[in-house]
Ligand binder design. Structure first.
Ligand code: HEC
Ligand code: HEC
Ligand code: HEC
Length: 205
């Protein structure tokens, strides 16, 4: 059964040029450009940046010619003291765990998040390492109803998730790529369990 499912997913993913392009993660540094070509080169200080961060820095969403532009708080000022992840974005999990930020759980200062410590290993990942979904990390920010019953039925293996749907903003992609870390640049943060480890766990004791 699982084998057949793999074939179906394999066929659909191969036919999807968007996913094929997306499956190739960006390199950590920009390619060295032609010596002669200076016209379209980013300034030297940007060239060292991770491509994801550079894309944001180079495409500002605000009109910089607006006279009030300078009044907006700059990301780097707001994020002083918050460590960056490998892609150059604020690492929110680290910020929360280190106490650099302390978001309220509700209107009253006494409210606490009801955390839930259950890891789920998701194994429909083809040649990629399996996905570890940590409930604890998520329930530090979110409530059960943010995910159950939509977009995830609360039953391990009950949801048929593909990477192309995630890239299009479904399932994990409803938050990742939006408010949580960028999927495209962080495969290994979700695909973190080797197949060997999962197989060993399945063996009878
Ligand atoms: C936010 C978490 C997350 C990130 C980041 C992520 N994935 Fe996935 N991926 C998943 C989940 C969840 C599944 C489905 C697992 C399941 O249902 O058992 C999956 C499935 C897959 C599959 C198998 C299913 C299919 O669609 O073919 C491949 C291949 C895959 N991911 C590749 C990647 C690559 C390459 C990256 C980085 C560019 C990546 N993933 C980043 C969560 C993630
Ligand atoms: C960020 C999304 C998210 C939040 C928030 C969340 N869950 Fe889940 N939950 C999942 C995912 C993803 C799965 C795995 C589904 C799968 O394997 O297809 C899951 C699976 C489960 C399962 C099935 C476990 C099993 O072994 O079959 C239970 C029970 C569950 N969640 C309860 C909860 C409870 C209780 C809360 C709140 C305290 C909660 N979840 C919060 C995403 C979430
Ligand atoms: C309802 C929103 C939401 C959904 C849906 C969601 N996440 Fe997340 N996830 C978050 C937030 C918020 C964080 C913390 C911010 C960050 O790390 O960028 C997070 C963090 C994580 C982390 C880092 C945990 C750590 O302790 O470092 C992993 C891994 C992860 N998510 C995997 C997944 C996978 C896999 C799925 C889909 C099965 C998923 N998430 C679905 C909101 C979500």
């Amino acid at each position: 059964m699982l084998g057949a499912l793999g074939l179906v997913f394999g066929a659909s993913i191969a036919a999807d040029p968007f996913v094929v392009a997306a499956l190739k993660p960006a390199p950590n540094v920009l390619p060295v450009e032609d010596e002669g070509n200076t016209s379209d080169q980013p300034p030297a200080e940007l060239r060292e940046m991770h491509p994801a961060r550079m894309a944001i820095v180079r495409n500002p969403i605000h009109d910089e010619s607006n006279p009030e532009y300078h009044r907006l708080q700059k990301l780097d000022d707001a994020m002083l003291g918050v460590k960056r992840d490998a892609a150059g974005f604020p690492d929110w999990m680290m910020a929360l765990r280190s106490g650099a930020i302390a978001p309220r759980a509700g209107l009253s200062p006494d409210e606490r998040m009801s955390t839930f410590d259950l890891n789920i290993v998701m194994t429909n990942t083809r040649e990629m390492p399996n996905v570890l979904f940590p409930h604890l990390s998520h329930t530090l920010w979110l409530d059960c109803v943010n995910c159950h019953p939509y977009p995830f039925l609360p039953k391990a293996g009950a949801n048929q998730i593909t990477m192309s749907e995630i890239f299009r903003g479904k399932y994990c992609g409803m938050c990742h790529d939006r408010v949580a870390f960028i999927t495209f640049f962080s495969c290994d943060r979700c695909h973190s369990v080797s197949h060997a480890v999962t197989e060993r766990k399945r063996e009878p004791k």
